[in-house]
Design a protein around this ligand. Structure first.
Ligand SMILES: [Zn+2]
Length: 191
């Protein structure tokens, strides 16, 4: 099932999401739906608040980034097989130099901007079999995790931009909020 993607301006994107209790929801079915929704919008990550659910869950699949790499472009090995579901995730540590990477967001179509974040992230989470994992990621994989993890804390990538850049994007963001936006997938606007 493909969900409409919640657009910038909806308060659900600004809430700190709640932990999921085991058995409370069908996380396997939900993760399938989230992947389907994400692929239909050509995204590489999707967090539950983006489909209107205030729960700590997100899915990622960074493999298309390498598949779409142009000839001569470097392959990011952190993305090999990087298709995962993160439930009740907790970032334990971020380390390394901050580096700039151009981010975008399915809830904020048409806007991309450089965001600085630390290189490496150590994260604890449950998978859909409720097995706990603690793993470390770097490169673009870490970047996708950091972006999606922000979503379950009610943070958007635009929050990380400089005041000047935010000012420059203000009109575009207001338009998205009003539903004046061109997206190639179904969106849900807050009224
Ligand atoms: Zn996003």
């Amino acid at each position: 099932m493909i969900y409409p993607i919640v657009a910038y301006g909806d308060p659900v994107l600004r809430k700190e999401a709640k932990d999921i209790k085991q058995g409370e929801i069908d996380v396997k079915k939900l993760s399938e739906d989230m992947f389907e929704t994400m692929y239909s919008a050509s995204g590489v990550g999707l967090a539950a608040p983006q489909i209107g659910l205030n729960i700590r869950m997100f899915v990622v699949d960074g493999t298309p980034i390498n598949q779409n790499a142009e000839e001569g472009e470097e392959i990011d090995h952190s993305l090999t097989g990087f298709k995962k579901v993160f439930i009740n995730a907790e970032i334990l540590e971020e380390s390394g130099e901050e580096w700039a990477y151009e981010e975008g967001c399915l809830s904020i179509p048409g806007i991309r901007a450089d965001v600085y974040r630390p290189e490496t992230v150590k994260i604890k989470y449950l998978d859909t079999d409720w097995v706990e994992h603690t793993e470390e990621y770097s490169g673009i994989a870490a970047r996708i995790i950091q972006h999606e993890y922000d979503h379950i804390d009610g943070i958007l990538f635009t929050d990380h931009l400089t005041p000047l850049k935010k000012q420059m994007l203000k009109k575009k963001l207001n338009n998205i909020q009003k539903g004046i936006v061109d997206a190639e997938y179904k969106m849900k606007f807050y009224k």
